[in-house]
Design a protein around this ligand. Structure first.
Ligand code: MG
Ligand code: MG
Length: 255
């Protein structure tokens, strides 16, 4: 069932979204050569704790997962696409890092992700980040009253395809509100003009995940969580929680 949020709920979700944005900024500030992924998780935890927010990631266990998720962020490095578990791995010069973070504040949830490079960036990685950002921007621009879910999917998929990138077929965006994952699913490719109609108060997490090698298949790591590109190519994942409003799309997870 798709829940349409009241304007008061949108304001509450904006506050949760701000906490996510601050946590992601803290992680990006902390990220440097030699810093471990667990230390990045601690940086995000400190922001959530300070805000009095709960993590919807910590202890999360979807049907595919072998264990409850042990952290408040996902850390996906280089050929890892999404769902990377923070480990003792220490960042190296040139790493490509995607961080996904959620926060629940006063019963409402925000969900966002960023991708950045550490140390000296590889030009290909900067291009991949740019393509992923363009896919997100195109998806967000399609969040207008009167459009349908398929218009968002089509916008994201068109940018990814034009950039020659693949996207894992089974994963995409989602409705969000009191829970992190609500209906409807927002596929990262699809036909325009199809699916649930967008209305004022519908809130969606939009999250293109692009793999530079151009293939759509992936493999799951031995931890049962991390998704990797099947060809070892590098991946980027950028996400915002966005409300459909009569005034246009409103990003709730901006700073
Ligand atoms: Mg996320
Ligand atoms: Mg999400």
């Amino acid at each position: 069932m798709v829940e349409i949020k009241t304007d008061a709920a949108l304001e509450a979700m904006r506050e949760a979204g701000r906490v996510v944005a601050r946590a992601l900024a803290a992680v990006q500030d902390a990220a440097a050569v030699g810093v471990s992924l667990r230390e990045l998780d601690e940086a995000a935890r400190a922001v959530l704790d300070e805000a009095g927010a709960r993590s919807p990631f910590l202890g999360y266990r979807p049907s595919f997962a072998p264990t409850p998720f042990p952290a408040v962020i996902c850390t996906s490095v280089n050929d890892a696409v999404v769902h990377g578990v923070p480990s003792g791995y220490r960042l190296r010069d040139g790493d490509l890092v995607s961080i996904d973070c959620g926060a629940e504040l006063d019963g409402w949830t925000g969900d966002a992700a960023v991708t950045f490079t550490v140390g000296t960036p590889r030009p290909d990685d900067l291009e991949l980040i740019s393509a992923t950002q363009r896919a997100l921007d195109a998806g967000i621009a399609a969040l207008t009253v009167g459009n349908r879910i398929g218009d968002i999917s089509h916008a994201i998929g068109s940018v990814a395809r034009a950039a020659g990138c693949g996207m894992p077929a089974d994963f995409g965006g989602h409705g969000i509100g009191r829970r992190m994952h609500e209906d409807p699913h927002v596929a990262n490719r699809g036909r325009p003009g199809r699916g649930f109609p967008l209305r004022h108060g519908l809130v969606l997490a939009i999250e293109p995940m692009l793999m530079a090698g151009g293939r759509d298949d992936y493999r799951t790591g031995t931890d049962g969580w991390t998704l990797y590109s099947v060809d070892g190519s590098r991946a980027a994942h950028i996400e915002h929680t966005v409300a459909v409003t009569e005034q246009g799309p409103r990003v709730l997870t901006a700073l």
